[in-house]
Design a protein around this ligand. Sequence first.
Ligand SMILES: Nc1nc2c(ncn2[C@@H]2O[C@H](COP(=O)(O)OP(=O)(O)OP(=O)(O)O)[C@@H](O)[C@H]2O)c(=O)[nH]1
Ligand SMILES: [Zn+2]
Length: 221
Amino acid sequence: MLSTSDDKKPRPGASSLAGAAEIRARVEVPVRSSDGSWRTAEMISFTGLADGREHIAVVFPSASPVPLVRVHSECLTGDVFGSARCDCGPQLAEGVDQFAEKGGILLYLRQEGRGIGLYNKLDAYRLQDQGLDTFAANRELNFSDDMRDYGVAAQMLAALDVSRIRLRTNNPDKVKQLEEYGIAVEEVIPTGIHLNERNEHYLRVKAEWGGHTIKFAGESI
Ligand SMILES: Nc1nc2c(ncn2[C@@H]2O[C@H](COP(=O)(O)OP(=O)(O)OP(=O)(O)O)[C@@H](O)[C@H]2O)c(=O)[nH]1
Ligand SMILES: [Zn+2]
């Protein structure tokens, strides 16, 4: 688990958050999967989200009463530019591909840099280039290891009338927080392991220090 002092603080308004947001607009958007095929998804905006940020839900039709959900934190470098320093880009593509095929809800949260923002993440990258790992670099910049609060994800799900989910993640803190916010996580499905020669150390630190359930081929981490 993430070992930050924040873990011990009660989440702000944990019991009252879910349900406070409302849908603002639903818009159909053609979305392209990795194989080049197109599916129509609904992009949904909200009012009343606790942190006031422009998070969106990307909803692919599903008949399941317990939808597949991915709570994806924004990573401009990985999601847009395909940076190999992390695994965010392939995780996002994997989510879109799977949901386009099977249905599901992708919550795209504007929590760049685990909540510290893009410029601070780039500062953290500079420190990592000097030898610090991804969490130590945050601490060197006077942030906790992970600043993300998933109350907004619970609010978005509640506004979509979803209270039970199957969650695609390797991050146990996402599961714990969503449950604290009143979402029943009935199944946790790990993402693929998107290893490359630039992100191996990053993934290992997430597994060993961050508690992420990332299993490397032939190892039992
Ligand atoms: N502060 C910081 N943030 C990073 C770094 N690398 C990636 N990120 C951000 O981390 C977030 C993604 O979090 P991850 O820890 O990769 O994965 P996760 O979302 O916790 O877990 P999964 O659900 O399994 O993907 C995105 O917001 C990225 O911008 C880094 O070195 N430092
Ligand atoms: Zn990333």
